[in-house]
Design a protein around this ligand. Structure first.
Ligand SMILES: Nc1ncnc2c1ncn2[C@@H]1O[C@H](COP(=O)(O)OP(=O)(O)OP(=O)(O)O)[C@@H](O)[C@H]1O
Ligand SMILES: [Mg+2]
Length: 642
């Protein structure tokens, strides 16, 4: 469709548009012959308006209450009551059958009354139609309700995941989190869609049948109940206990399977390089085996309970035929009543069988609820304070005041660190691997809160300002930049959705990415694969840098932003860095001292604190760690090994 070019209008694909263009007419919207169809589509297309989705960094009170089936369904009480009414109609109509059969035999067939027989037949037909109608409406109704509930739950879990702090993602495997969203929520969907209501159907059937049986022949009914119910009761208690345990295990094992899968997928390059593909299959086989075992256990439990109840049912029927038959002979029971009795008893055991199936669904749903409750109950460790104020536009002075910090229960990485960075200053952090440079960056951007002390920007403690107002004024290029599946444009405009093409191209030019964008046939629309796998690491870094620039942050944190670049691009990027740090505070973490050297001041991070601080010249003159690093570095670079 080359005729429209990139600016060819949103309807470039419509045949009618082409026709009008050929006739020399300007394209005037959707062609008339398609307008009606388009309206139809729009009318049926549900929209998901933006304002309906509320997201807050702070957890609402409703989010804090433990997640239970009851609390979650509570909001839909009216819909559930509606479903229940339909269920009652359906069940009553269904269970009219045997009663009508009894009438037909006793009042129609035995006395030879055709009129009664016809009336009974018509009534039977009506009852079947009513039950069918109610059932159809109910299935439709609960199907929609189920989908709605699932949708709400998914959104709620996703929003919560977006809220949680980084330590959660360090501790929890990505695959396990996926399980919560896939398999666990699927289990609940099943429960919402037909499980709960079917449970009500079957339970209602049991109650109705018991009432009918007792009213028809109390002796026979009580006899049946006395024999059948205790056995069933014992079996049910056992089944419940055994399956409760079983289903939670199944959920855990599914999570393991997905966790292993997701890690294998993201680590596929390392796995290939280290020749571990076969080993990985074996490892996955073990995880799958554990899952299989867990499922076998629950299957075994159901296999005992299901046929067990069936056997009890058959024994019950035999008993009724025996006792009921002698009652018919003695004249205390009509033949129609006995027939109805036997029919009802069959109908009595059908729901029990169904209940076993449903109980499985219910158990899986409950196990999923337990898992989701844990997830939704996790509070973000870096939470927005309830009384957080928006951070006013900042100058960009950064302070660390007696900051002590360690990851989780680990030993402190930083101990009593104090540091002042002036607004507009370019400040470099250097030091050995694992010293805590990235950790300082994470504290300044409030990915973590210090265990003791405070981090301030322009004097505002980061814990007392709203997350959005803080992050909107900060820019970060992390040590391992992440790119999303999409286009270069999507990835660039990520933090600045309103940026124009000119802005995007200017940012690319500033970091030296313009050459790549110019070379790609699709330019800004060139695809970027998941995690940026189709780009080189240097290109990824440049993209991440351009992305951070576009957001025009007041404070820019660059963690090894140039570590993967060749020397020529490094020269470009040094120039770019000089340009972008103008008028803003820049915290630059660099192993390459060429980068550090250009900073206004440099701090050496080692052994849990800052050992030296000053300008390049001061530190070289002081003859400490930095001077050593610098000497080694110049020796190496002039020796041509870097
Ligand atoms: N999420 C984490 N959980 C536990 N320990 C961590 C975590 N992240 C980092 N650490 C530990 O904290 C210490 C400091 O890590 P940091 O990433 O700040 O080092 P760095 O100075 O940036 O090193 P490099 O130069 O290699 O990037 C390291 O010993 C590391 O093992
Ligand atoms: Mg680091």
């Amino acid at each position: 469709m080359g005729w429209g070019g990139p600016g060819g209008g949103p309807m470039g694909g419509f045949g009618g548009a082409r026709a009008s263009a050929a006739a020399g007419l300007p394209f005037a919207g959707i062609p008339s012959e398609l307008a009606a169809k388009a309206d139809d589509i729009l009318a049926t297309e549900p929209d998901h308006p933006d304002p309906a989705v509320a997201f807050h960094h702070a957890m609402a009170d409703a989010d804090r209450a433990p997640f239970t089936l009851r609390s979650f369904l509570g909001a839909h009480r009216a819909a559930l009551v509606g479903a229940l009414v339909l269920v009652v109609v359906e069940t009553l109509a269904q269970q009219a059958g045997p009663l009508l059969t009894q009438r037909g035999i006793d009042d129609g067939i035995v006395p030879g009354d055709v009129a009664v027989l016809v009336a009974v037949g018509v009534a039977y037909l009506v009852s079947v139609l009513v039950s069918m109608g109610a059932s159809a409406v109910r299935v439709r109704f609960t199907g929609r309700l189920g989908e709605r509930l699932t949708y709400e739950l998914r959104l709620r879990v996703f929003a919560h995941l977006q809220r949680l702090s980084l330590d959660f993602y360090t501790d929890e495997k990505a695959g396990r989190i996926m399980t919560r969203m896939t398999s666990d929520i699927d289990a609940l969907t099943q429960l919402f869609q037909d499980g709960l209501v079917n449970l009500a159907v079957q339970f209602g059937t049991l109650v109705i049948i018991t009432v009918v049986l007792v009213s028809m022949s109390p002796t026979l009914a009580l006899l049946t109940i006395a024999v059948v119910v205790p056995v069933l009761g014992v079996m049910t208690v056992w089944f419940r206990r055994a399956s409760d345990r079983g289903f939670v295990t199944v959920r855990d094992r599914i999570a393991d399977v997905l966790a292993d899968l997701s890690e294998s997928l993201s680590g596929i390059r390392v796995i290939t390089a280290h020749n571990r593909r076969r080993h990985n299959v074996v490892a996955h086989d073990n995880v799958l085996g554990a899952h299989l075992d867990a499922n076998r256990t629950t299957a075994r439990i159901s296999a005992i309970y299901g046929p067990g109840t069936e056997a009890v049912g058959i024994v019950g029927q035999a008993l009724i035929l025996l006792i009921g038959g002698s009652m018919v002979q003695a004249g205390t029971l009509s033949i129609g009543e006995l027939t109805a009795f036997v029919l009802y008893l069959t109908a009595f055991f059908a729901p029990i069988q169904q209940l076993v199936q449903l109980y499985t669904t219910y158990q899986q749903g409950q196990a999923a609820v337990t898992k989701l409750r844990d997830l939704l109950g996790t509070t973000p460790s870096v939470a927005e304070a309830p009384d957080a104020e928006p951070l006013p536009p900042i100058e960009g002075a950064v302070d660390l005041e007696h900051v002590t910090f360690g990851y989780g229960d680990h030993e402190a990485v930083l101990r009593d660190v104090s540091l002042h960075i002036d607004a507009g200053e370019t400040f470099a952090l250097v030091g050995p691997t694992g010293a805590g440079k990235s950790t300082i960056a994470k504290l300044v951007t409030r990915f973590y809160d210090p265990d003791a002390g405070a981090v301030r920007i322009d004097g505002h403690d980061l814990r007392h300002v709203t997350v959005t107002s803080l992050r909107s004024q900060l820019g970060v290029v992390p040590q391992e930049p992440f790119l999303f599946h999409g286009t270069i444009r999507d990835n660039l405009a990520f933090a600045a959705p309103d940026a124009t093409d000119d802005d995007l191209l200017a940012a690319c030019a500033a970091v030296g990415l313009d050459e790549l964008v110019g070379r790609l046939p699709d330019g800004l629309d060139a695809p970027v694969h998941e995690r940026g796998a189709s780009l080189s690491s240097g290109e990824r870094q440049l993209l991440a840098l351009a992305r951070a620039l576009l957001a025009r942050p007041r404070v820019l944190v660059l963690d090894e932003a140039t570590s993967n670049l060749d020397l020529r691009s490094e020269a470009t990027i040094e120039r770019a860095l000089d340009a972008v740090r103008q008028g803003r505070t820049a915290i630059v973490i660099a192993h390459r001292l060429a980068t550090a050297q250009r900073a206004d001041r440099i701090a050496v991070v080692e052994e849990g604190g800052i050992s030296e601080i000053g300008t390049h010249a001061e530190l070289v003159a002081a003859g400490g760690t930095y001077a050593d690093l610098y000497a080694t570095w110049t020796r190496h670079t002039t020796g041509g090994t870097d």
